[in-house]
Write a protein that binds this ligand. Structure first.
Ligand code: NAP
Length: 251
């Protein structure tokens, strides 16, 4: 009998943890494969097998699921990676493959936070324009696109990999990769004399430092809400995802 295959749609810390723990827990009884989009230049090494690159939409992914005899899929992608999650839902339905979404809970505002909620990057840009202060953007490439046309507001943009050309003309670029702790974020916001922070509501610990630092400095945070989640089985922790796998795998 062939070993059942688990496909993890990855690119997050949770996906990496899941791969690590699934390889350990189901050693020899489950073939663990992580799929990465290929955006990061040097992804951290992962246990199990790794495949890199897009599938070619929902149809491509459903072919992949069938051709590779995938027994189950865990969508552990970033909460803002909406395309791949939609594709995963459609592809699994088409190929008859059980699918679980592993998604960390969003952050909620605490005492002292000054959050301004924005439905999306377009609304966030309008709020930034209203403030007109030096703004720190810790966003993905999709959201940064939206900020391109913004004039007369000094911007400091953090990106994970040094870009071939600045994502926004005239913006100051900081190249750094998380996790970011509160103290370093405090230093960064002070050093760049930031007046406003723009963040996505990513959740988790690795990116929370800037939120804690903004609270400490009394700075407003324009918080971009998550895109609507895909319907279906959803868990918030790697433990629960492992239990879901075990229930399908048997043990
Ligand atoms: P996206 O907009 O939802 O996806 C765009 C396309 O990239 C998808 O249609 C798919 O191409 C391909 N893709 C995305 N994730 C993939 C995966 N895990 N394996 C294979 N192909 C994948 O995604 P995104 O926002 O660009 O994010 C890309 C990756 O970076 C995701 O794996 C995500 O978990 C990770 N990530 C994203 C963010 C973020 O801010 N969005 C932050 C941290 C990590 P095809 O249609 O050709 O299959």
């Amino acid at each position: 009998m062939t070993t059942p295959r688990l496909l993890i749609l990855g690119g997050t810390a949770e996906a990496a943890d899941l791969a690590e723990r699934a390889v350990e827990r189901f050693a020899g009884r489950l073939d663990v494969i992580t799929s990465l989009a290929g955006r990061t230049r040097q992804p951290r090494p992962l246990p199990g097998r790794v495949r890199i690159g897009g599938f070619g939409g929902a149809e491509g992914l459903s072919h992949h699921l069938r051709n590779e005899s995938i027994a189950m899929l865990v969508d552990a992608t970033h909460p803002f990676a909406a395309h791949i999650s939609g594709n995963a839902r459609r592809a699994c339905a088409r190929a008859g493959v059980p699918r679980l979404v592993l998604q960390r809970p969003p952050w909620t505002a605490r005492d002292g936070d000054q959050w301004i909620e924005a439905a999306d990057a377009i609304e966030a840009k309008m709020r930034v324009r209203d403030f007109g202060k030096r703004t720190f953007l810790a966003l993905g490439s999709g959201e940064l696109e939206v900020f391109r046309g913004l004039r007369n507001v000094p911007l400091v943009v953090r990106v994970a990999d040094a870009p071939a050309r600045p994502p926004i003309a005239g913006a100051e670029i900081v190249v750094a990769r998380g996790p970011f702790d509160d103290r370093d974020e405090l230093r960064l916001l002070r050093k760049h004399r930031i007046g406003v922070v723009v963040s996505r509501n990513s959740g988790g610990d690795a990116a929370y430092g800037k939120i804690a630092a903004a609270r400490r400095l009394g700075l407003p945070v324009i918080m971009i809400a998550r895109p609507a989640p895909e319907p279906g089985n959803t868990v918030a922790t790697v433990d629960d995802a492992l239990d879901w796998i075990a229930a399908r795998r048997g043990g």
